[in-house]
Design a protein around this ligand. Sequence first.
Ligand SMILES: [Zn+2]
Length: 405
Amino acid sequence: MTTQPRRGNRDLIKAMNRNLILNTLRGHGPMSRSQLTDFSGLSVGAVSQITSALIAENWIKEDGEGDYTGGRRQMMLRLNPTAGYVVGIKLMERRVVCVLTDLETTPLAYLERPLPNVQSPESVMNGLKGIIEGILAASGVSRSHVVGVGIGLAGVIDYDRGIVHYSPYFHWRDVPLADLLSAEIGLPVYIENDVNALTLTEQLFGAGHEVANFVVVTVGRGIGMGMVFNHQRYQGTRGGAGELGHITVETNGPPCDCGKFGCLEAMAADPAVLRYVEQALAQATPSRLRSPVTLQRVVDAAREGDELARTALARSGHYLGMGLATVINLLSPSLIVLSGEGVIAGDYRLQSMKETLHEHTFDGLLDNVRVVVKLADEQLWARGAAGLVIGKVFESPLLTPALAN
Ligand SMILES: [Zn+2]
């Protein structure tokens, strides 16, 4: 978005000014017309004209009078969150979870379904089509009010071109999933690496709002990272950036899903914790845990004072700290959002993570980093995917007027 559009294309300038007004209201909450004029640098006449059009098209609405600040009270304007609806999907190895949200990613309906065992693009697409139709039927929202569908999935995803370059779960290579599904369902489809989708939502609505440099690190079945530099998401060449889980932390470590050895993920993700506990139990290490273990059981046992459970989580935290120290040393973000299902381990993992961070971070860099811990359940992941569509709506200077009621 730019506030200084080139001269010469009136429609584009108009569209950009609309976009500026919409983004200002999205980013700063309700404002009066005169506050919008001051903030945007547009003329009084332009703000009046644009806001009238946006109200007529249902994008924004009048929302009571503002505080008295001298002169006459002014009507406040706010974004209309139900000007359009969005479907967000987290596509997993064997399951799909789906939310329908408004334009502020407030969830209005939620659905989850298993995926068929055959994981060809066609069969996965059928599963996606079914759940999208299911959630529209369940919510009563008509298709014409849906702005688009966002899908987050693990792997190397080209967001701009809508191509799955590599999916570790489905073993796909170069599948143009967005176009294929869009043709099936008649709605725009945006796909992105699931961690990048979560990062976008943090940027739009979460802790990363207006933060220039931050990263989102997720810990769960794997370890992933999304990055924002100078307010722009960074995805690397063909979407391959952020594979924090596959930096080497132990050269003689155990094998990783990626085919290498000693990756951070193989040492610190949830399956690594479980594997460590299972191996210790197999060697008759005293513990109240019994095979097979889950992360929740390990966390419960740690809470009850179980040494093995505490050691397994602290060990994971230690390696996580090594990984994050590398992130800080390389990128110096001002914020790290630590998220994912693995966050349920709380301080049993985070305490040793913090200690290792202090040990391995370059002098002084850690002082400027805020760490926010945020549990990502499946619904939050799906809302992250909804954020892909919303980001597109606010990013584009060419908003579709078809959304007006
Ligand atoms: Zn790996």
